[in-house]
Design a protein around this ligand. Structure first.
Ligand code: SF4
Length: 345
């Protein structure tokens, strides 16, 4: 515990205000107090829930996300950051949708950087041209995670439906070049390779490509159905890899479960320390849920008021007694999901 606190205190963006909030948050989640003392330590903010791809196992691409479509306005982004930015350490600008569809995304990054919040962005990179790449580097973004699932167009677009691999590779090159030109070491560039039936034989070549592209990290991930826990694997069989070790699910006696030896601890701390604000201001306990656990609107009522309103307290209270009993949380992979391999070049 002491080690954890010292590590937190030493983070480059640590302030006494942030550290104090972290301690309060830590106490709340450790004691499972439904009324959270302080704000979360980190947050997801969704720039948009629109997407330019049709990835079948993502609610944005499959059309399963029934929330109204739209884009976060810069004014509303600033409103949240002004309220809680001094307390949080980390911000992920992503959720369900492609962040670069929002034309104000770079302004958001600049604003967060000005407030010394560590930022991460997850993107398919298809909209990144040389001007955007230069802007990304200038904005002070800390980490960019780019989806590159295949080393040829056929493998890549079998899951990233509508995408063009050459554009992703070009975007990575542009960011790396912009870093060199601006003599900056950030953002760190992470390439994420989700293993499917179409690319499982390309992992070795993906390693070579990542090295050639000079990215900072390559992450192999298991393919999960983000639309919800599958009731049958028949549709997923179109995409799941044949190597069982790379599969997120297994079937035993006709029952589907996560393919892991890890035990689910039947508790989840996301509702205490890592919630998600959607483009329309709706606050969710986490980034896993995309349409069920709406706790209220932070643009209308302010973050502080929604964060500890009756609905949110009731949800935390239920989670603290055991998440398995809850309809959505019960099948969530939060405690057992794991990247397969992380490699640093
Ligand atoms: S259990 Fe899963 S769905 Fe429920 S709050 Fe935690 S991360 Fe979200």
């Amino acid at each position: 515990m002491l080690k954890k606190l010292i590590k937190r205190l030493r983070r480059p963006n640590s302030t006494w205000k942030r550290f104090g909030n972290y301690c309060l948050n830590y106490i709340s989640k450790s004691l499972r107090i439904p009324y959270v003392l302080g704000f979360p330590e980190a947050i997801f903010i969704e720039p948009t829930n629109l997407c330019n791809l049709k990835c079948p196992l993502c609610p944005a691409g499959s059309g399963n996300n029934k929330r109204e479509k739209g884009m976060l306005a810069l004014g509303n982004f600033k409103k949240i950051i002004d309220e809680i930015g001094g307390y949080i350490y980390d911000l992920v600008l992503a959720n369900y949708g492609e962040p670069f569809i929002n034309p104000q995304i770079l302004d958001m990054l600049y604003y967060a950087q000005k407030k010394r919040i560590s930022t991460r962005l997850i993107t398919n990179a298809l909209l990144i041209d040389n001007i955007t790449a230069a802007g990304i580097v200038k904005s002070g973004l800390d980490r960019i995670v780019i989806s590159l699932d295949g080393i040829d167009q056929e493998a890549y677009s079998s899951y990233r439906i509508g995408g063009q691999l050459s554009k992703v590779i070009e975007a990575i090159n542009l960011i790396v070049e912009a870093k060199n030109e601006q003599k900056k070491s950030f953002p760190l560039v992470y390439v994420q390779f989700i293993i499917t039936k179409y690319n499982e034989h390309q992992m070795e070549e993906a390693r070579d490509l990542a090295k050639k592209l000079k990215v900072d990290r390559l992450i192999f991930k298991k393919l999960c159905d983000l639309n919800g826990f599958p009731s049958s694997l028949s549709y997923l069989e179109r995409y799941l890899p044949s190597n069982q070790a790379y599969r997120a699910y297994k079937t035993e006696g006709g029952v589907i479960s996560y393919n892991t030896d890890k035990l689910d601890i039947n508790f989840c701390s996301m509702a205490w320390n890592y919630p998600a604000v959607n483009w329309d201001g709706s606050l969710y306990p986490c980034c896993f849920d995309y349409g069920n656990l709406d706790m209220g609107n932070v643009f209308e009522d302010g973050f502080k008021n929604v964060w500890n309103n009756r609905k949110f307290i009731r949800l935390r209270s239920k989670i603290s007694k055991g998440k398995k009993e809850l309809p959505y949380c019960g099948n969530c992979s939060i405690n057992i999901y794991e990247d397969i391999i992380k490699e640093i070049n």
